[in-house]
Every structure is written in C-alpha cells, then in structure tokens.
Design a protein around this ligand. Sequence first.
Ligand code: GTP
Ligand code: MG
Length: 194
Amino acid sequence: MVIKNVALETVCGVTSTLPVNDKIEVAFAGKSNVGKSSLINALMNRKALARTSAQPGKTQTINFYNINNAMYLVDLPGYGYAKVAQSEKEKWGRMIERYLQKSQMLKAVFLLIDIRHDPSANDKLMYDWILYNGYEPIIIATKLDKIKRSQVQKQVKAVREGLGMKGGTVIPFSAETKQGRDEIWEMIDAWIAE
Ligand code: GTP
Ligand code: MG
C-alpha cells in the first residue's frame, strides 16, 4: 500500500455507537503497552498520529484510521493494565467484545505479543476469543529490535506454544526498524483486492 492519505476518522468510547463502514477493517488487539499504536503509526508512515506512551493504558477508545479511503486500521484499547479499575476493565472488555462480534466489515484481527515474553493467560484468552468469533488470529511478535537475532526463532516458538497455535502466521515486527511492515501490508493489500 502506498500511503496517500490517512485520517483518524472515528473514536468510540464505551457508550458510542460503532461506525457502519463500507470498507474493510483490520483490528489490532493485545496487552497494554505491547505496541499496537506504534505498529499502526509504522503502517501509516506517521510518527505520532496514533498516540503512544511508555505508560500502559494510553489508548482507551476504539480508533478507526481511514487509509486512502480504501480500508481502516482499528486501534483497540489494551487489556491487562493493572492500574485501571476493575469496572473500567470490564467496560473496555465489553466494548472490544461488542466490536469483534458486531462489525460487518472486520476482515481480520491481528493479536500482538511482545516477542520477549511468553504469552500471558489474558493473551491466550484473547487468542481463543478471536478464534471463537470466527477469525484466524494473525500474531505479530512486537519489539523485535529488543532481542538478539539468534533468539528470534526460539521466542517465536515460545509464542506459538504459549498460545497453543496449530498453524497460522507469526510475524516478527519492530516499530523501530520497521521490519515486518511490508509483510503485514502484503496481507492487508490481498484482502482489499478480494
Ligand atoms: P496501549 O495504548 O496502552 O494499549 O499501548 P499500545 O499497545 O498502543 O503500545 P504503544 O504503541 O503506546 O507502545 C508502548 C511503548 O512501547 C512505547 O514506549 C513505544 O515506544 C514502545 N514500543 C512499541 N513498539 C516498539 C518496538 O517495536 N520496539 C521498541 N524498542 N519499542 C517499542
Ligand atoms: Mg495504544
């Protein structure tokens, strides 16, 4: 995809009505701080259109980025952030759940896992939940620049095992070096062309 124009078109909070789009959407799920917003910026060739933070819990809404009027990248709030009140977590959880169940144009869900760490119980729940909703989760193993090259295969294997994957794709990615970016766009471009 050659990025011509990008815009944050819709921001949904817990009580918002979800947009009815007529272009495909791909969503990015994952633990708070795993790098969802950074990945979306890298895909859009923007430094900071999607707000990122070293503090977990930055994205608290579902944000729809319109790309070239051809598709949407959807930034979801992160889960597993300890400092958020339980009641808030439940609201966000329901918001994400509602989106995954209701969106008519959702084509695929990417699940981001930090390549340095074994998947958590919440990651596994999210993985199973994406499957349950009829999507084949595509795993992006983030922060690739933080490990040595010699560790990559071992960590990818740990991610596969931790999630109980029986096949499917794991794409190592770094928002610093942009490694993995083209592979992600190739997948998305193929869906747009369908
Ligand atoms: P929430 O909005 O809280 O759910 O977090 P998020 O998943 O959107 O994470 P975000 O993109 O805000 O990134 C969190 C932190 O990790 C920031 O300090 C980023 O700079 C850093 N980060 C994200 N991706 C990478 C990466 O590939 N490499 C390195 N070294 N740091 C990264
Ligand atoms: Mg974010």
